[in-house]
Design a protein around this ligand. Sequence first.
Ligand code: ADP
Ligand code: MG
Length: 231
Amino acid sequence: MPDPVLDIVDVAYRWPGRAGFSLTVPQLSIAPGEAVLLLGESGSGKSTLLSLICGTILPDEGRVRIAGTDTTTLSGGARDRFRAEQIGVIFQQFNLLPFGSVLDNILLPLRFAPLRRNRVGSAVGEATALCAALGLPPDAVSAKATALSVGQQQRVAVARALIGKPPLIIADEPTSALDANSQAAFLDVMFAQIETHNTALLMVSHDPRLGARFDRVISMYDIAQVERAVA
Ligand code: ADP
Ligand code: MG
């Protein structure tokens, strides 16, 4: 068994000032190249767990190991750099820079990640190749990100997460705003890319119908203890 790309042990977290909600995750591992779908109802702590994995928040207890490094031991700045190097993130609303071109958006993570940038020979060449692989027309590269259709923006979000081949992609309900056809198309382009590069994927959804495409489907019920006070 290769070392896991993600390994969580005995993580506990409470949002500051919110006594009503607590999340505990005893154990969660993802192997290199493994595609995992995480299911759970709204408010069950899925996005909180992804923030703990990305290191944008720190657990009160336990450890989060990404590609062999316990990120809870890193300082804030080191953790930000480590995240940029190791994790490609796709948000629900894609979070593209509205005033940037498609190219600016795709290259953004490399600015904070020298190792990831060194993994691509020419950053512009790699971005252009990713666009082509994802079915974006060649002239889209210089377009404003907001001038694109939603379907094209999704592809830009995937390209931005994949550039420089981070070992782990984290996607938070990236298909929730899409109809069934665009959902399938989104997953097609994403899976084609992660399979080519042996990238691990942890994707959150509340739609169990997506499960068939993944190596493993887990649910918040099985991996986490969640306490929620009735307000
Ligand atoms: P899910 O993604 O499964 O819908 P979340 O992790 O977003 O669940 O939310 C779980 C709980 O954490 C909710 O009670 C929510 O209000 C709280 N929460 C989420 N984000 C924040 C935040 N930034 N600050 C304070 N509380 C938050
Ligand atoms: Mg969420």
